[in-house]
Design a protein around this ligand. Structure first.
Ligand code: GLC
Ligand code: CA
Length: 510
C-alpha cells in the first residue's frame, strides 16, 4: 500500500503558520518548532504552500526563482532542519509546484519580453491580438507589453505569466525544478492549477452563460493536457515511485476532476465537489459522498477537505459557528473514505478574519474586486462588502500561538475559538481513531442517510452523523461498542436513538 493512502495531511500556509523571529511572517523555524504539536495531533504529512522567492503579488504563487527559498522564511539550514525534524517524527512533506505560470519578475520572462527573437520568447504565450479570455482574478487575461507591442497571456494576475507548455524546453526546465526539490528530500508535490496548463495553441474564444458570465471552456482542460500531466507524473515516479502527487483541478465536476487521476496520472486530485460547498447542505453533501463512492473504487481515492487558503474557514462557512456541527464535519472529514487534508487552524476551530478597509486587504482577488465595484460607482463600504465576499484573506490570518500579546502579523490574527482546546482534542481523537481502525482499502459497506442523519460503515467501524434533530435508526449491526461520541446515544439490539447534532462512532463486535 502507498503511504499516502493512510496519511492525513495538514496544509501550512507559509506566511501565517508560526513566526519564530517575530517579524510578523511565518517561517521554517516556526514550523520546525511546531513539529511536536503536529505529531501530537497525529498528522502524517505536511503540504507547504510556496516558499520560493516571489514578489508576492499572489502571496508566493508568483514565483521568481524556483531554486531558492525566500529569505523571509529562512535559509537552507532552516529548510534542511525542518525536513529532518519532520522525517524524524514520521511526517512527510509535500511542496507546492506552481508551473502554470511564473512571476513576471522571473528571469525567464524578463528575457522573453526583451525582444521578438530572444531564445526564450516562446516560453510564454505572445499574440498580436488578444482573444476574449478572462483572467480568474478579473479583467482580460491578456496584457500589452509596450516593448514588443504584443500581448502576453496570464490566466491569473498580469504579474503571473502563463508558461507555454507546448514548448519542449519549458517542460525540460520544469523537470529540472522537480529534480531539484526531490534531491532536497521532499516526499511529493501539490500541483497548482494543473488543468490550466496551456498545452494547445488554439485560442478559440470562450462562450458566455445566460447571465453573461464567461464559461472557461477553451482556456482550461485543453487538448494535450493529459499528456503533459502524464509526462510530469512519469518524470516524478521514475525518480522514486513512492513520491506522491496531488493535483488542483479547478472544477467542481467529479467526472472531470477524476479524469486527471489514475495509473500514469496524478495519485489524487482535490475534490471541489464536496468540501467547498458555500453553505451546509446535508442533501448535497450526501449526494456527493455517494458519487465519490461510485467513482472511486479499489485503489482510487477522493481527497477530503473543508478548508484551504482559497476558501473561507469552515467554522463560519459550513458550521455557522456551531461547535456541534463543527464536530460532525470534523468527524466526516476524518472518518470517511479518502485522503483527508486539514488546513492549519482547523484543528482549533479557527474562524474567518475580516479586513475592515481596502488598506487591510492582502488578497489580489479581493483587491481587484474592490476596484471593479468602485468603478461601478459603489461606495467604499459597498465595495468592501463585495470584496470580502471573495476575499481569501479570511482563512489566511496568523495563528496566535501563545497568550502573550503578539502585536505583529503581516496580515492580522485569526479569530480564536473559545472552545479551541476541546476542538483540538476532538481532532486528535478522530485522528487516532482513523489510524487505529482504518485502512484506506476499506470500502463503504453501508453509506446511507435518513432525514439529516448520515451514517456509514467502513470495515468494522460504524459512523453516525446526526446533523438534525433527535432521531431513531434501526440497528443493522447488532452488538456495537462505542469508540467516540459527543452526545447521548442509546443503542439496543433493535434500534439506536441519537440526540440532535451528535456524532457517534462505534465498532461492530465480532
Ligand atoms: C491556486 C492557488 C491559489 C492561487 C492560484 C494561482 O488556485 O491555490 O492560491 O491564487 O492557484 O496560482
Ligand atoms: Ca518570521
Amino acid at each position: 500500500m502507498n503511504w499516502w493512502e493512510e496519511t492525513v495531511f495538514y496544509e501550512i500556509y507559509m506566511p501565517s503558520f508560526n513566526d519564530s523571529n517575530q517579524d510578523g511572517i511565518g517561517d521554517f523555524r516556526g514550523i520546525t518548532g511546531k513539529i511536536d504539536y503536529l505529531k501530537e495531533l497525529g498528522i502524517g504529512g505536511i503540504w507547504l504552500t510556496p516558499y520560493y522567492p516571489s514578489p508576492k503579488v499572489d502571496n508566493g504563487y508568483d514565483i521568481s526563482d524556483y531554486f531558492s527559498i525566500d529569505p523571509i522564511y529562512g535559509n537552507w539550514e532552516d529548510f534542511n532542519l525542518f525536513i529532518k525534524k519532520a522525517h524524524d517524527a514520521n511526517i512527510r512533506v509535500i511542496v507546492d509546484l506552481v508551473v502554470n505560470h511564473t512571476s513576471d519578475e522571473h528571469t525567464w520572462f524578463i528575457e522573453s519580453r526583451s525582444s521578438h527573437n530572444n531564445p526564450k520568447r516562446d516560453w510564454y504565450i505572445w499574440r498580436k491580438q488578444p482573444n476574449n479570455w478572462e483572467s480568474f482574478f478579473g479583467g482580460s487575461a491578456w496584457t500589452l507589453d509596450e516593448n514588443t507591442k504584443a500581448y502576453y497571456y496570464h490566466s491569473f494576475s498580469e504579474k503571473q505569466v502563463d508558461l507555454n507548455w507546448t514548448h519542449s524546453e519549458v517542460k525540460q526546465a520544469i523537470f529540472e525544478v522537480i529534480d531539484f526539490w526531490i534531491d532536497k528530500g521532499i516526499d511529493g508535490f501539490r500541483l497548482d492549477v494543473i488543468n490550466n496548463l496551456s498545452t494547445s495553441c488554439s485560442f478559440k474564444d470562450n462562450p458566455y452563460d445566460e447571465e453573461g458570465k464567461q464559461i472557461h471552456l477553451n482556456d482550461v482542460n485543453q487538448p494535450g493536457i493529459l499528456e503533459a500531466i502524464k509526462s510530469i507524473e512519469e518524470h516524478v515516479k521514475k525518480r522514486n515511485s513512492s513520491l506522491f502527487t496531488v493535483g488542483e483541478i479547478s472544477s467542481d465536476r467529479l467526472d472531470l476532476i477524476e479524469q486527471y487521476a489514475g495509473p500514469d496520472l496524478l495519485d489524487v486530485t482535490f475534490n471541489f465537489n464536496f468540501g467547498s460547498l458555500e453553505k451546509l447542505d446535508i442533501d448535497e453533501m450526501f449526494l456527493q459522498l455517494k458519487q465519490m463512492k461510485e467513482t472511486y473504487q479499489e485503489n482510487r481515492y477522493p481527497t477530503l477537505f473543508f478548508g484551504s487558503h482559497d476558501m473561507p474557514r469552515f467554522w463560519n462557512r459550513l458550521a455557522s459557528k456551531d461547535l456541534r456541527v463543527y464536530q460532525l464535519l470534523a468527524a466526516l472529514l476524518l472518518t470517511s473514505r479518502g485522503v483527508p487534508f486539514i488546513y492549519y487552524g482547523d484543528e482549533l476551530g479557527t474562524g474567518d478574519f475580516v479586513p475592515h478597509s481596502l488598506e487591510e486587504i492582502k488578497d489580489i482577488q479581493a483587491i481587484n474586486r474592490y476596484h471593479d465595484e468602485k468603478n461601478k460607482n459603489k461606495t467604499d463600504q459597498a465595495a468592501l462588502l463585495e470584496a470580502n465576499k471573495v476575499n481569501r484573506d479570511r482563512s489566511r490570518a496568523s495563528i496566535q500561538w501563545w497568550d502573550k500579546k503578539q502585536d505583529h502579523s503581516w496580515i492580522g490574527f485569526a479569530k480564536k475559538n473559545p472552545d479551541e482546546k476541546q476542538i483540538f482534542q476532538w481532532f486528535k481523537q478522530l485522528l487516532a481513531l482513523r489510524k487505529k481502525y482504518y485502512r484506506a482499502i476499506y470500502d463503504y459497506q453501508i453509506l446511507n442517510k435518513e432525514n439529516d442523519l448520515i451514517y456509514y460503515q467502513l470495515g468494522k467501524v460504524v459512523v453516525l452523523l446526526n446533523f438534525g434533530k433527535k432521531t431513531k435508526l434501526d440497528n443493522k449491526w447488532g452488538n456495537l461498542d462505542m469508540l467516540l461520541s459527543n452526545g447521548k446515544v442509546q443503542v439496543s439490539n433493535e434500534q439506536i436513538i441519537i440526540t440532535d447534532k451528535t456524532t457517534w462512532i462505534g465498532k461492530v463486535r465480532v
